[in-house]
Design a protein around this ligand. Structure first.
Ligand code: ADP
Ligand code: ZN
Length: 536
């Protein structure tokens, strides 16, 4: 796909320079454009800031016909009046259509018969060039940001089987990808993915104490004085409290969350883009579509709800490639808080169609299970004070990573640590055997729950289990569920590797910080009460 010999290559080069002002293409951009322009369904996994927009805007510009792009409501500039919409739909139907790219929200596709009829008519005249689904991970219930409206998008492929679909996301695990491909009905789709590693981001996790706000103030003054940053908070009230406190400390801070009115929201965004405010204390409602290249730090004042969410929020730092900090304040009590919010369905989501509110519906079934599993993984990320943070994140996205490449840019790699090496072969064997005995059909958190029930609370079991996956003794496999028609991941035994372990030919050794240096996580702060982490 990297060939320069496609019929459109010259036009591509010229327009990339002339219209978009780019000197060259970024990694995968040319390949993606060639694949979609060849008529294939394409799935793109590209980190935030990688340049996804160009991969559909440029084809839209140089192909005949119209490109339909589904994007979250907040990307649309303001709320269009009905008459204006009518005007556009009429224009679409005229033979001299001036539009190349039609942005709609998923909700619109599901609900507007007028739109569907217009698309059918365009399609009949071979003028529906391409269908683009941005933020495609929102389709999947297995993902961290499921949006019901996205599920209806499958109808597009059914109605227009010959129109190529381009699905784009900056965050998807293997199971989310499977789910999206299935839900959208993509056929023989070509997948582009690139490393999720962001070398210019520095990661650390810090125990959260009562002095957390003092710590944040000090951290910013010492490392990022007068620079731009985002502080993600759990609740709307937290946002306001943190912002107020930082203002008192002399920072130009403001808060942003789902319940401030649109005028104030716009005002804050404007001040932020003009650098009149440089710190935004926000819920996850702030972020999608925010395109500031020089965000120097992203601080999580509370535990994020999933590793995908965390990775995406951190991804808003350092888009310009300059060194930036990602600091997470973790306490076990926040875990309990988030868990409660998830089960009550009151956790704030990223921006959503105004008026369409799913905050006050208690989560149940599949969605609750997924959210809880995601949260537990986030907790085990925080409680791990040994392994490279990059490795831990990237493994989650199914990527291999050699932690030597971290070059001490995460807290765990940069600590001067003394370790004790501990042979955990016994526990490792038991875990592998448990996966086998239970028929290789359960998720890792379920296996841990069973294991802890049998062998009492062992805080290291979860690390050992993760290690077994990283080292390929166990594999996380995507499983389609008949009941929900969606996918989940279950643990399988990798026979050849596990065999050596079981017959005692191979040992599993893990490094644990020795007692003298393990000051980072104070026990009372983060250690769960016996068994509580996995129960309930
Ligand atoms: P994403 O949607 O993947 O987060 P964007 O499409 O918003 O990323 O692009 C991020 C930034 O990179 C934008 O400012 C965009 O103009 C710039 N960009 C994209 N492609 C190129 C390119 N080939 N050369 C230079 N800059 C680019
Ligand atoms: Zn590291």
């Amino acid at each position: 796909w990297s060939s320069w010999d496609f019929p459109w290559t010259k036009k591509l080069e010229a327009n990339n320079k002339k219209v978009f002002g780019n000197h060259s293409f970024r990694p995968n951009q040319r390949e993606i454009i060639n694949a979609t322009m060849s008529g294939h369904d394409v799935f793109v996994l590209m980190p935030t800031g990688g340049g996804k927009s160009l991969t559909y805007q440029l084809p839209a510009l140089i192909c005949p016909g119209i490109t339909l792009a589904n994007i979250p409501a907040t990307f649309l500039s303001g709320n269009m009046e009905w008459t204006e919409q009518q005007e556009i739909l009429r224009e679409l139907n005229s033979d001299y259509c001036k539009y190349k790219l039609l942005y709609v929200t998923p909700e619109k596709v599901a609900k507007s018969d007028v739109l569907l009829r217009q698309l059918e008519s365009l399609n009949a005249r071979e003028l529906l060039a391409r269908i683009v689904i941005d933020e495609a991970h929102c389709v999947s219930q297995w993902g961290h940001d499921f949006r019901p409206d996205y599920q209806g998008l499958g109808i597009l492929k059914q109605k227009f089987p010959n129109t190529p679909v381009l699905a784009l996301t900056a965050t998807a695990t293997a199971s989310v990808k499977e789910d999206v491909v299935q839900a959208l009905g993509l056929v023989n789709c070509i997948i582009f993915r690139q490393s999720f590693n962001r070398p210019n981001l520095w990661f650390s996790v810090i125990p959260k104490t009562k002095k957390c706000l003092d710590d944040i103030d000090k951290f910013i003054k010492e490392n990022h004085f007068d620079e731009c940053g985002i502080i993600y908070c759990l609740s709307r009230m937290d946002c306001e409290k943190v912002a107020e406190r930082l203002q008192e400390c002399g920072h130009k801070a403001a808060f942003y969350h789902g319940s401030i009115d649109p005028a104030q929201r716009a005002f804050v965004q404007k001040q932020w883009s003009k650098d009149e405010i440089n710190i935004i204390c926000a819920t996850v409602a702030f972020g999608m579509g925010i395109n500031k290249p020089d965000v120097r730090f992203v601080i999580h004042h509370s535990l994020p709800k999933s590793i995908e969410g965390y990775h995406q929020e951190c991804g808003r730092a350092g888009r310009d490639g300059q060194r930036s900090s990602c600091v997470l304040y973790y306490s076990y009590s926040d875990f309990i808080r988030v868990k409660h919010m998830i089960s009550q369905g009151v956790a704030e989501q990223s921006p959503f169609t105004p008026g369409h509110n799913r905050f006050n519906v208690a989560n149940s079934g599949r969605v609750l299970e997924t959210n809880t599993e995601n949260l537990l993984r986030m907790v085990s990320y925080c409680e791990n004070d040994v392994d490279c943070r990059r490795l831990l994140q990237l493994v989650h996205f199914g990527e291999k990573f050699d932690s030597a490449h971290c070059k001490k840019t995460c807290d765990n790699c940069s600590k001067i640590k003394s370790f004790i090496e501990k042979d955990v072969t016994d526990t490792a064997k038991k875990l592998v055997e448990l996966v086998k005995l239970t028929g290789q059909q359960f998720s890792s958190s379920h296996i841990l729950e069973v294991f802890r029930g049998k062998h009492l609370a062992k805080s290291e079991a979860s690390r050992i289990l993760r290690h077994l996956v990283i080292e390929d003794f166990l594999m996380e496999e995507v499983k389609k569920s008949d009941v929900y028609g969606s996918v989940s991941s279950v643990l399988k035994v990798n026979q050849s590797k596990a065999h050596n372990l079981i017959i005692g030919r191979q040992n599993v050794v893990l490094r644990f910080p020795s007692a003298i240096n393990s000051t980072k996580l104070s026990k009372s702060d983060v250690t769960p009460a016996k068994g509580s982490l996995m129960s309930g």
